[in-house]
Design a protein around this ligand. Structure first.
Ligand code: URA
Length: 203
């Protein structure tokens, strides 16, 4: 019997049973992705946060609000982008009743990489935007420094155009400080460049 064609929905269903690393144990949901399955722009974050873990949806918390504002400011319809994460389960430390974000390790990124590869194969975005160093490492397959490599098109191992930029959480942390404007504007400029690259890419 021929295999059913893979879809994002099929992947998401399969990911619920993923035991590729230990992070599923503490998580409420696997947080897979949102957005159109054939979007021209794919945005890859680090991992779901507390709010995303509870909701089962990526970027629905405070970092997501910054990202939505930045997409709007870059002239990109937030509903037209495919949003996913390098790691699909929330990694955290418990402090009393609070669950504090802990950066995923290389082993978590590697364990989750097959999901991201499968998503790339289905969505086939014209441009991938890696939000922060963990996403950059997952997408490009090597350690990255955002400050050194942002603002210019890079290529992944399959020749796909990749833009590396700051994570919206890093911008969020600067709220109320003088550095906020430059950080937000930098994120907007990188997203706008990604949109221009996607518009110029053959479909
Ligand atoms: N940060 C991320 O990287 N991803 C989310 O989904 C939420 C916050």
């Amino acid at each position: 019997m021929p295999e059913a064609p893979a879809t994002v929905a099929v992947l998401e269903e399969a990911a619920r049973a993923c035991r590729g690393c230990e992070l599923w144990r503490g998580a409420t949901h696997v947080v897979f992705s949102s957005g159109p399955p054939h979007a021209r722009l794919m945005l890859v974050g680090e991992q779901p946060g507390d709010r995303e873990d509870r909701a089962g949806e990526p970027f629905v918390g405070p970092a997501g609000a910054v990202l939505t504002d930045a997409l709007d400011a870059a002239g990109i319809d937030p509903a037209a982008v495919y949003l996913t994460n390098a790691v699909k389960h929330f990694r955290f430390e418990e402090r009393g009743k609070r669950r504090l974000h802990t950066t995923p390790g290389t082993a978590h990124v590697l364990a989750c990489r097959p999901w991201l590869s499968a998503e790339l194969g289905i969505v086939r975005p014209a441009v991938v935007v890696a939000l922060g160093a963990t996403a950059g490492r997952a997408v490009l397959g090597r350690p990255v420094r955002v400050a050194d490599e942002r603002g210019r098109p890079l290529e992944d191992a399959d020749g796909r155009t990749v833009l590396l930029t700051t994570h919206p959480s890093a911008v969020l942390r600067l709220r109320g400080r003088p550095e906020w404007d430059a950080a937000f504007d930098g994120l907007v400029a990188d997203l706008a460049l990604a949109s221009t690259e996607a518009a110029g890419a053959a479909s």
